[in-house]
Design a protein around this ligand. Structure first.
Ligand SMILES: *[C@@H]1O[C@H](CO)[C@@H](O)[C@H](O)[C@H]1NC(C)=O
Ligand SMILES: *[C@@H]1O[C@H](CO)[C@@H](O)[C@H](O)[C@H]1NC(C)=O
Ligand SMILES: *[C@@H]1O[C@H](CO)[C@@H](O)[C@H](O)[C@H]1NC(C)=O
Ligand SMILES: *[C@@H]1O[C@H](CO)[C@@H](O)[C@H](O)[C@H]1NC(C)=O
Ligand SMILES: *[C@@H]1O[C@H](CO)[C@@H](O)[C@H](O)[C@H]1NC(C)=O
Ligand SMILES: *[C@@H]1O[C@H](CO)[C@@H](O)[C@H](O)[C@H]1NC(C)=O
Ligand SMILES: *[C@@H]1O[C@H](CO)[C@@H](O)[C@H](O)[C@H]1NC(C)=O
Ligand SMILES: *[C@@H]1O[C@H](CO)[C@@H](O)[C@H](O)[C@H]1NC(C)=O
Length: 623
């Protein structure tokens, strides 16, 4: 009897203690914690480790024990890997609240001197700590431990809690067994919702750096490095296409022949979006990951090219689409795998365990701004342009089409966009910054864009009623100081926000009658639709036509890869666009291409637009 009782006791103990250690790694919540058939069963993972301990001769493995269990009796403690770890992707942090922030790393087992690696059931134990001194020598504000394993691709995502608002912090992970430490990262919290606008960020303007479309094959992520080293950005926002899935090895943008880039890469092996091995490699070179606090959004390539709620240009529920899927469930499987990889690899919270795909959410950054991250791509988007279909053109204006989906627009929730911006106005926040993860392959943007007679139906131009509902809500409720951020199009577009074709209410020369501003930014690396392979001067010829035929469009620039910053205080919201000179090798050579001012209360770009001069691209002619 005695051994049996002992066994039960140990099982209970280990489940209680060890489960928590798995639980503190939020990567195991991926993708849907409350849907067991779609989540990791951490009790099972834990018991597998126990079984292996009890039934398999482990002498061939270079394991260590999880030393804080069971006092000094290690005989029944779960094994953890003791052969050393490699922090292959440095560290990262994101999704800051006022008193907490997510910390992320990836720790893979390295082979010991004997060359042995652990089998799949052996976890790695990491500890983490966060404090306010750069070398972490001072007081540690929060610390803890978390397990990771093969099941979550050795990723670790923990929430550091008990922090002070609007404060800079430093953090580090280390291996519980060997004490090997990761690089030290820096991060920050945001101001509490009720902080007066003038006091946010210690009274200094808050600077956001905004990125989109980081395609690995297309070049170096110099924009991240430039933002980290050459600007004073406080928070980085990535609007999507951060993980960049494509068929084959992904396409390289070497020519201007972008239309053919519908997914066929050099090789023709169909990569599923669980393969995320290279996403952060290029940012390591730029040193960003440890330094930047990121907010992330989803665009199409987080799953696949031009995805919508039930398909993508690369795979639909056809025989060809099904060949990507082990179960034959086609796109749904692929999307699940992508969402899971996304949550494992991104330092981002899962907003609502009941709402599996939801990442759209709102950050109240003092009374200075509400930063509303939308998902206009993966959440609930109606049929989009997937290249071979022609029907989107005829249905683009249907009122029953939505880009955002009903819940996110607002119809059956109080957390949808319309209520969020109304609530933001009501609570007295000065600015409303909407970071949608826009359309996909072409010009995009919220603003209507006539590009040589064509409209991009994968952008808001394919969802005109949804766009009209957003604008109506802003106009009818007199919600001012709204700024939309866009990416996805791989080019720069700056516009006043107004109803398309309405030059009665809106005056393109003075900006009178607009209800806000849109800042759409170019890609970190992905190629331009009209500026690749031609000189900036030749691209400007195209931009000239674009600003002439599109009433709301005030600046167009299509040559440079880069990003933009927003410098925000209670009086101004200024955007500075940065152009990287060459992304074909690692460098920090860039320049400010244009600077725009929005005065609080004016709901338009301040005139003369960009102070009347830009260093790249073309401004609308002022009459
Ligand atoms: C650690 O990972 C990096 C990045 O993958 C790799 O270059 C390096 O060789 C690895 N180091 C060891 C000791 O395995
Ligand atoms: C998706 O379906 C369309 C229409 O049936 C077909 O033309 C296209 O080749 C399919 N694409 C894939 C990748 O299966
Ligand atoms: C959507 O609206 C269009 C145009 O009014 C209509 O023809 C179509 O039947 C509607 N579709 C649904 C599913 O209600
Ligand atoms: C779109 O722009 C082209 C010039 O590129 C122009 O000829 C055409 O009239 C415009 N179409 C509309 C609907 O504004
Ligand atoms: C604006 O006018 C053009 C030309 O008539 C038309 O093609 C386009 O659909 C209109 N846009 C909207 C949103 O009505
Ligand atoms: C915005 O730019 C204007 C004009 O250059 C400047 O006076 C103001 O201080 C800037 N404000 C912020 C928040 O950057
Ligand atoms: C970028 O750098 C590469 C490598 O030095 C060079 O071959 C290429 O001409 C450069 N491109 C531009 C646009 O300067
Ligand atoms: C950006 O910062 C780096 C490091 O401080 C510096 O070497 C580089 O010259 C800067 N780039 C520009 C364009 O100022």
């Amino acid at each position: 009897m005695a051994p049996l009782r002992l066994g039960i006791l140990l099982a209970q103990l280990s489940l209680g203690l060890a489960t928590n250690v798995y639980k503190s790694n939020l990567a195991y919540r991926s993708p849907f914690p409350d849907h067991p058939q779609l989540a990791h069963d951490i009790n099972l993972i834990q018991s597998n480790h126990l079984q292996r301990r009890q039934s398999i001769d482990a002498t061939q493995f270079d394991d260590g024990h999880y030393v804080t269990f069971y006092g000094s009796d290690f005989s029944n403690s779960p094994f953890v890997w003791g052969g050393g770890v490699n922090f292959t992707h440095s560290v990262a942090s994101g999704d800051p609240f006022d008193t907490s922030v997510l910390l992320w790393t990836r720790a893979t087992p390295i082979s010991s001197s004997s060359g042995v690696l652990p089998d799949q059931s052996v976890p790695i134990c990491l500890s983490y700590k966060i404090g306010t001194t750069a070398d972490l020598s001072g007081k540690i504000v929060n610390t803890g431990e978390a397990f990771t394993s093969y099941d979550v691709d050795w990723t670790v995502k923990v929430e550091a809690t008990g922090l002070h608002p609007d404060t800079k912090y430093f953090y580090q992970f280390s291996d519980c067994v060997t004490k090997t430490a990761s690089p030290i990262g820096s991060t920050r919290t945001i101001a509490s919702a009720n902080t007066p606008a003038q006091s946010v960020n210690g009274g200094k303007p808050l600077t956001l750096a905004v990125f989109s479309c980081s395609q690995y094959q297309a070049g170096w992520f110099n924009a991240y490095g430039f933002a980290a080293h050459n600007t004073s950005a406080d928070i980085f926002i990535h609007l999507g296409d951060y993980i960049y899935e494509s068929l084959g090895n992904g396409w390289a943008h070497t020519s201007k022949n972008r239309q053919k880039d519908t997914g066929k890469g050099a090789g023709d092996d169909s990569r599923l979006p669980t393969t995320t091995e290279s996403i952060q490699d290029r940012s390591e070179s730029s040193d960003c990951a440890p330094k930047c606090t990121m907010d992330h959004g989803l665009d199409d390539h987080e799953v696949a090219d031009n995805s919508w709620k039930a398909g993508t240009a690369d795979s639909n529920d056809t025989a060809i689409g099904c060949s990507f899927s082990p179960s034959g469930a086609c796109f749904t499987d692929r999307k699940l795998a992508a969402v899971r990889a996304y949550h494992e690899w991104m330092p981002i919270r899962q907003v609502d365990p009941q709402d599996k795909l939801r990442i759209w959410r709102n950050f109240q950054i003092g009374k200075l701004l509400d930063l509303t991250m939308l998902d206009t791509r993966q959440y609930d988007r109606d049929l989009t342009d997937v290249y071979y279909n022609t029907d989107v053109n005829t249905i683009a204006a249907f009122a029953n089409r939505s880009l955002m989906g009903a819940a996110q627009e607002q119809f059956d929730s109080d957390t949808g966009l319309y209520d969020t911006v109304s609530e933001s106005k009501k609570r007295g926040a000065v600015w409303r910054v909407l970071g949608p993860n826009d359309a996909s392959r072409q010009q995009i943007v919220f603003t209507q864009l006539n590009e040589s007679g064509a409209f991009d139906l994968d952008a808001w131009d394919g969802y005109r009623a949804n766009r009209a509902r957003v604008l109506d809500h802003l106009y009818q409720n007199k919600i001012s100081n709204t700024v939309i951020l866009s990416g996805d199009s791989h080019a720069n577009w700056v516009s006043d926000l107004a109803h398309p074709n309405d030059t009665t209410t809106y005056n393109p020369a003075t900006g009178e009658g607009a209800i806000g501003v849109e800042f759409a930014g170019t890609a970190v690396t992905s190629g331009s639709a009209f500026g690749s392979g031609i000189s900036p001067a030749n691209a400007d010829v195209i931009s000239r036509t674009l600003v002439d035929v599109n009433a709301d469009l005030q600046w167009s620039e299509g040559s440079y890869r880069g990003f933009f910053t927003l410098s925000i205080d209670s009086k101004h919201l200024n955007a500075t666009y940065y152009a990287m000179r060459n992304v074909s090798f690692a460098n920090l050579d860039g320049f400010a291409s244009a600077h725009f001012v929005v005065n609080a209360g004016e709901n338009k770009l301040s005139r003369p637009v960009a102070g009347g001069t830009v260093n790249a691209g073309v401004l609308k002619s002022q009459v």
